[in-house]
Structures are given as structure tokens and as C-alpha cells.
Write a new protein. Sequence first.
Lengths: 485, 487
Amino acid sequence: MIENILLLIPLIIILCGALFIMMISPNKEFDKIKTVNITIFILSLAFAYDIFLLYGSDFMTIHTKSKIFNGMLFIDSISIFVSMLLIFLSIVVVLSSRFYFSNHTFVRLEYFVLVLFALFGMILMSMCGELVSLFIALEISSLSLYVLVGFEKTRPKSNEAILKYFILNSFIGAFFVMGVAFVYGAIGSTYIVDISSYFVQNDIFQNKLLLVGFSFVLVSVLFKIGAFPFHNWSLDIYSGANIPISAFLLSASKVASFVFFIRIIIEGFGSASSYWQPILYIITIGTLFVGNFLSYNQSKVKDMLIASSIVHTGYILVYLSTINSFSIDTISPIIFYLFAYSIAISGVLMILSYIINTSTVEGYFEEFKGLAKQRPFSAFTLSILMLSFVGYPLTIGFLGKFYLFASSMQNGGALLVMFGVINTILSLYYYLKIIVYMYFYKDAVSFDFRATFLMKVSVYVIVLAVILGGLGLTINIDNLALILK
Amino acid sequence: MIEFSLTLLILLPFIVGGIVLVVPLLESLRKAIIFATLIIVMLISINLFFVQDLASISFSYTIIKHFGVEYSIGVDGVSLLIIMIVGLSFPPIFLLLSHQSSGYWGNMLLLQSSLMGVVLVQDLIMFYIFWEAMLVPIFIMIGLYGEDGKVLASLRLLLYTMVGSLFMLFAIIYLGYKHFIDFGVWSFAINNLSNLSLNSFEGSMLFFCFMLAFGIKLPLFPFHQWLSDGYARAPIGATFMLSAVASKVAVYAILRFVLPLFPQEFVYYADMFIMLGIFSMVFFAMSALAQTDLKRLLAYSSASHLGLIIAGIFALNYDGFSGSIYQIVAHALGTGFLFLLVAIIEQNTSTREIKNLGGIAQKAPFLAIYFMIGLFAIIGVPSTSGFVGEILALVGIMRVDIIYGVFGGLSIVFGAVYMLNMYKSAIFGYTSTYTKDMQDLTKKQLFALFPFIIVIFLLGMYPKMIQDKIDNTINTYLTHIHSKGIK
């Protein structure tokens, strides 16, 4: 048991790093730039250890789920992959925050502490084996995210966002805990493995208490991923946050939410799919169309990206509505799509973080006119990432959509795939809008932004990953299955 | 070895195009690199023409094992013709337009790469990838280098085509899934998918998804709204590629993919599509009569002849097939050639309106002669390339029903009417303010356009050159239809 503690070292690194920054923050010597570097160093350490876990696992038995603390936490290959992805996304987010410090003096070093704590919570979420610890991890990340969303104290929109976020998430957290209580009352255990083995002999409809408890849990999980009837304030919340934190929410938080969904619904309650699959069909269709209609009405690029994340949630839901068992093969398309989407959205928001500074450029679509003439590489990278969202061939977004749709069809969801295709067509409008404005119009404002070297490098790395992914050269469905085995 | 050269046809322009777009090069170096690439592509295409046994060329490389997506190359008669058109037409265009910017030619090279890719691959997902890849270079070129109203024109073209393509993607994935259901593995190779048996509802639905995508690209009657603006506002390189090649690729795809996959629906709906083709022919010919802008007139004329090609294909007999396939080459040459001349006229006189032009024959006799030859090729005067395809296609559709032939012949007459009328007004007659100081074709332009003239007459007087190549292919299609299609 003790040697399994070694599997938790990435988490420990992040935690100690956060505490360390918290302790050094009053010291005037550590200005914000140095702290950025320190944070990235910490994150890289954790990432490196994860790679070690993934590949050099001869003396630790990774092949079966390795339990820690008697099954309360466990590590399987999905946990490791997801934690690597989340760490990478956090590095991108921390880099994007760089310009926030020069423009806004309110930023204090606790910003990084909170990012690290949120990341800690998210990685912990992917490692949890039972519902209560899932909730604890969820709350750790949520509380950190509340403060991060409302970090700009002087902006009314931020204050509105934090209030909405806090109230809504606390409410949903209460739903979740109530549901877990009912489930525990019905089954007698909160371990996910126990829940899934309960369904071997029993049917969910017989046990009314379980049915009610599961419904509560389902509602809170659907809220976390931002599905159709629960998406109402997500646009307000995410747009009230500043750009790096929006990036964090849209990329890392979405990945963590889907892992949350997978662990509970697919792994735990997968056998009860006769109950939740029909519900999910309707929710998927609603999510797709509502997300598109919301995105059509946005006049700011950042808001459009936030609303379009609802549509991408819809695409993943198309596939989730068709699976009912948990295995590496069934989960691979989701992980791949999350990978493709999260790195692209974090890349886009990183580019936006240095283009949009509210003094000259506020982020409306019209302000992007003529960007291609002035800054060809920024425009080019932005275009490639937008094309990846659309699912244009030769980008990783196309392969992601293809895997999702083909796998959905394989499980019998042809009608849902049709809706997915229709909504891809609908989403063409707002993704191409930026490209058209950037390239085909004359400039309205003159852009005087500078990106640091590291930011440029990371943007190019992301774009390269997107294109290479489109060619099938990075992770694709074949070697993803290999990696995850 | 030959397979490697075919992959080179796709890769080389792609890489060089990417370099030209991204890396700032000295102008002379850039021109040299582009020209060298185009010459290499041309040589590979010519080499392909002399290969004896096309069916033996095959190459396959698995890209995604789990879903059976392969990069597999093969050539058949029709794709050979399109490769020849693309390979041979690019160098003369480069000679004419070498002054254009690096972005222009970078996009043209990317376009060439994706055009080669579309006709070479035998796997549906790869086909879809290259089909979509055709769109963005054209979109960028129209949007950046077009004339006023370019943004709307390029957006309309892109969105219209992408809607069709996405329905086609759904159909493609569904076909792969059907293969998985029937045979246990996913596969998208056309040879494997031809073995599927689809019930009539599925077959019709998928058939129409495919035909929607190709009907938009061609264009066929109800989906032609993007045509006029798209051709008119595009820069000449894009217009040439759109009219000469991209539309033909749609025809090729119908023959290569829709026919083997859905033979029953192909035969069942053949009448409908003949009528649609003939109606497009007549409708677009009448639209061409009404145009005052040279480029739009040629755009509608191009669409009208494409209607004939489609009608010929859905006639489902030997004459119809061979006429249509022949007409692919003839039409590409003739229309492309005329578009180039119109661009030169516009360059020299700064106008394209017919009423502003006139008397070009007096000031620029060589231009007038070239224009006349192109005109003859389009109308289908015997001894030019246009005649052979037209007569065969007409015979083909007449074999189905005499009334089709009547309307087909009628639209041919219309073609002559609007073309000759345009010629009279724009080229003959008295000079106008715009044309009175016009200069004739320069030596470079004469030299660059001369190959078109040669091939027009060569194909007109010795059609056997192409007939041999496509004979096998046509027989394959016919046997496929007669064996699998029900009437």
C-alpha cells in the first residue's frame, strides 16, 4: 500500500508547489514574472513524473487499476493521460496570464496558487474511486475556480459571474450530495465498483430510492458538463472571467467534467443505461441546437467560443448517448475528442489573450478586420484552430469528429449523428466569420501587441499538433488504444 | 515506381505551395521553384499517359486501422484525363500569370495538390479529405484576389459546397458502418464498399446525399446560385480551375464512386437526371443569352455544357458515356482557354462588358483568331475537340428518347447563338473607347496559349488518342450497370 503512494507524486508536487507559492507571495522579491516561471517549472515536474508513470511502470503495477487508500483513489491509464493533458493545459493557461499582469495591477500571486489548487482538484477527480471523494475533489477545484472567475474585483461583470457561479455550483453540489446519500442508502456503498456490481443482479427501476438518488446525481453531472437545460448561466459565468481563466474553464474544466461524467455514469451506472440513455438522446439534440443558436447571437469572439463549447459538448454527448459499458475502447473516442478540443481552445484563447487588451481591442468580431495583413502568423494560427473546430479535414478536429461519429454509428446512433452533422453545418457560420474578417477586409484598428517568445512557441506547438493530428501522425485512435492499455 | 510518382503528384505541389506561402523568398527564386514544380507535375502526367495497363497501378497504406481508412491510389480512364488536364494546363497558366503574388501561386499549388488527390485516391474518407481540401484555396483566392463583391461570392461558394460535402460525409460514414455490420470490419475502400447490399430506402437516401454534394459542385440546376458571382468575381486562376477542373472532378466522382456504390439507384433515377441535365443545359444557355458580362456569359455556357455531360452519363449507353467523358476534356480545354483570353482582354482594355467592347479584331487580330478557335471548340464545330464529345453525347441521349435529343440539339443551337452574338459584338464591329488603344497578344502569351490550340485540333481530328484510354473504363462501368442495376 505504501508503494502506491508513490503513484500520487504528481499530485503531491502540485500541492507542495501551491503551498510554496502561497508562502513566498508576500515576499517582494518574487514579482509576477518569476512566479510564472516557477509555476511552469512545478507543472513540468509533475508532467515529467506522469510520463514516467505511463511508460516506466515496471515496478508499479499500472496494468490493472492500482488502488491507493484501499480503493478510495486509484490510478488507471485514463487518469494518467488526463492528468498529463490537464497539466499541459494549465501550462498554457499560466502562459496566457502573462499579459494580465502588466495590464491589471490587482493581480496577486495567489492567482497561481488558485490555478494549482484547481488543477489539483481536477486531477484528483480523475483518480477517485468513490463518490464522496469525487465530491471533495470537485469542490476543491470549484472553490478555486470561483475565486479565479471573480478575480477582477473592479469589473461588474466579474462580480456578477462569481455570484452566479457560486450560487449555482453550490446548489448543484447540494443536489449531488443528496443523490449520493440516497445511493448509499439504497446500495450500501459509495464505491463506484460496488455500484456497478450492484447492477449485475438488480434493476434500477425496482429500487425507487436508487432511482431518485441517481437522478439527482445525473442532474448535477449534466450541469457540470454544460448540457442543454442546464447551460443557462454558463455563458454569463464564463464570459465574466478574464481570458486566461476562460481558457482554463473551457479546456481543463471541461475535460475534468467529462471524466467526472464517465466515472459516475458510464463506469458506475452504465448498466442502468435503459434509464439514462433516452434522457440523454433528447438532451443531446437540445444541447446541439441551443449551443448553435446561442453562438449565432454573440458579437464578441470570446463569447462565441464559450457558446460554441456547448455545441462541442453536444458532439461528445452524441457518442455518450450510445455507450453503456466502460472500457478503453469505448472511452477512447471521447478522450481523443477532448484532447483535440481542449488543446485547440486553449491555443485560441492564448492568441486572443495577447490580441485583446481592453484598452484598444475589446474583442468584437469587427475589430479583427485586416489582422492578416498586419500580423500574418497570428491570423494564420487562429484560422487553423478555427478550422479545427469546424472539423475541416487535415486538422485534428476532423479526426476527432470522425471517430466520434463513426463510433456512434457503430453503436447504432445514426440519427444522432445526422443531428451532429447538421449542427456542424450550422457552426460553419461563426467559425468562418473570423477568418473572413481577418483576411478579406481592410484593417480597422492597428494592432500593437507583442507576444513573448514562450507564448509564440506554445502557440506554434499547438498548431503543429493540430495539423499533425489531422494527418494522423500524433495520437490517433490506433495508438491511443495502445497508450491507454 | 509509378505509384511513387503518383504520390509525388500530390505531395510535391503541397509542400512547395506551403513553402511559397510561408517562407519569404526572392521573387526569381520563387518563380523558378514554382515553375520547376509545375513542369515536374506535367512530366509525370505525360508519363502516365503512356502507361499501358492502368489497372495494374495500385498502392495502399493503412492510415487508421480501426476504421479501415487507407491511402490507396489507383488510376482509371477518367482520372487519367483529369490528371492530364491539370498537369498540362498549369504551366501555360503560370507563363501567363507569373507576375502574381506568392499567396496567389501558393494557393494554386495547394489547389493542384488537392485536385490530384481527389482523382487518385480509392478510399472514401481520403476522397472526402481531398474534396474538402479543394475548397479552402479557392475560398482564399477569391476572397483575397477577387474583385468587388468577392467576400460574398467566396462565402457563398464555400458554404454551399460545404453543406453538400457534410451530407456526403454522413453518407460516407454510414456506408462504412454498413460494411461493418455486414462484414465485421470497417472499410472505406471503394472496392469493398461496392459489395454492400443496401435496402431501397437506405440506398436512395445515400445516393441523394452524394448527388447533392456533386450536384452543387457541378452545378446542376437548382443549386447553381453560387455560379455566376463565384466565377465572375474570382481571379482568373481560380476561375480556370473552377470551370475546367473542379466541375469535372464532380463528374469523375459520380462515375467512380456513385455508380459502383449505388448501381440500382443510378439506373432507377437515370431518367430524372437526364431531364435535369437537359433542363440545366437549356436553362443555362438561355441565361447565357441574357448576360452582358463576358465572364458571366462563359460561366453560364460552361454550366450549360456540364448539363450535357450529366445527361450523357445518365443515358447509360456506350455513346453517352464516351461522349461525356470526351466532352470532359474538350470542355475543360475550350472553356478554360476562353476564360484565359477573357482575362487578357480585361487586362488590356479594363472592361468585360460586351457593350463596351468591339473591334478587337481590328486592333488585336491574333487575339481574335485565338478567341475564334476557342469559340469553335465550345460550340462543337467539327474538327475541333468539342465536336466529338458533343455528337456522341447527343447520340447517347437520343437513344434514350428522341425528345431529349431534340432539346439537346436545341441548346447546342443556343450555344452557337449566344457565342457568335457575343463574338460579333465584342470582337467584330467598330472599336470603342476602351479598345481603341488595345494591344495584341504578346509573344509570351501567344506561346503560352498555343498548346491549347494544338490540343483542340489534335483531339478534334484524332479522337482515338483518348478513346483508347477510356474504352476499358467505359466497358467496366457498363457491365457493372447491366449486371447490378435493375431497370
